[in-house]
Design a protein around this ligand. Sequence first.
Ligand code: PLP
Length: 476
Amino acid sequence: MTRYEQLANTMAAQIRSGSLAVGARMPSLRQIIAQHGVSQSTVFRAYYLLEEWGLIRAQERSGYYVARGAAVARDSARPPVKTPAEPAKVDISNLVFSVLEAAKHPDIVPLGSAFPSPMLFPLQRLAKSLGQSARFVNPWNTVADLPPGNETLRSQIALRYLGMGIAQPIDEIVVTNGALEALNLCLMAVTRPGDVVAIESPGFYAALQAIERLDLRACEIPVDPRTGLDLDALAHTLQIYPVRACWLMTNFQNPTGVTLSIEKKKVLVELLARHDVPLIEDDVYGELHFDADYPLPARAFDKRGMVMHCSSFSKTLAPGYRVGWVAAGKFADKVQKLKLMTTLSSSIPAQAGLADYLQHGGYDRHLRKLRSALIAQLADMDAAIRRWMPAGVKWSRPEGGYFIWLEFPDPIDAMELHRLAIEHGISVAPGPMFSAARAFANCVRLNFGHPWNAKIDDALRVLGQLVRRTVSPAQR
Ligand SMILES: Cc1ncc(COP(=O)(O)O)c(C=O)c1O
């Protein structure tokens, strides 16, 4: 259990026992920090959780109060595990392409986008590194930087693992064209057509598309926006079906934003190792953590080389450079050969430019600034949802990244909402994009990766109106 979950449970017990009475003001931030020795963000998260459990409510500019319905509010018990869905073929690409295409126009308010604002990136400093490395390029690098990739870049990446306490062998790191190529190569390395792959539901649509393209079958494992992947359901699936690989996100999951606790990550790695199933871990948002430290990925607990940890610079620094990597464990050689057979190499100037930037450009300073901007933007998004969305909407409180997951009361149709929103110049990512079964029709993913302004706030106001238009009168 995380610190904030522990704190929330302690306070929930106080509320349930009546020592914090209905209507009473919750203790101030300062009191809790002094009493429990926790950080400000831990208190906020604990309060968000208590709010989600229906135990407290926020009063604007005044603080939190014990909610009237607290006595009967639901507790944190999880629903019972259902029988896992059968592995199924996937047919999602056309839906994904049509949603992405509709949202491409630069005038559209990009609430459905998968990228943060490019204005948050150090474009000039990066250009300097790119120029510098191009001026002093060794012509022989065209050969030397072929897969596994530029050695300086790979050693800089290995250093970042070391910063997390992970001794990552540099020869297991393969540079790729963004994380997406890394993920696809990993999937190709460990599966054959017809194989079963365990994925998250809701989960990143590119996993669904890769499964569709490689003629695999998907087993969707439920993800709770608050606690993450349902490990009991995964264990059950592993017992019943011949799962060949598992593809998932352990940090700031796309689309819910949820992060698995350290305990759950350890259990996940052990569970998969027991079944001899490799894990393809997508960690593209890991560097965008709002707490002080990078939340350790599942890779940190892998002793057998079974976790292929994929990431990139696309979400943190340089989306257009298309440089990512995989720390591929015992599959490194296979992944490297597949890379050579498919795209041969990643761009050599882009690799050299990033290597220079990582050595001299102040990446950590930039990341600190980027994280503060995202924290402020999340607060703005949170306030705008409270201001403009209808009662009954639930939303996630991510601890990093830039996605927020909204769940509307039935019977909202997110595809219809997406269509209406595009007509009003706003994009959203509708829930059905994130599941093979096209479920989550009452959910949307919103992006808070853009500096807040009146246009975005107004887009939320319009979205709130559109949601009300699609809700039956009895539920307004
Ligand atoms: C969860 C997730 N993984 C991977 C990617 C692809 O990353 P890259 O642009 O580095 O290929 C994205 C991009 O949207 C993503 O959201």
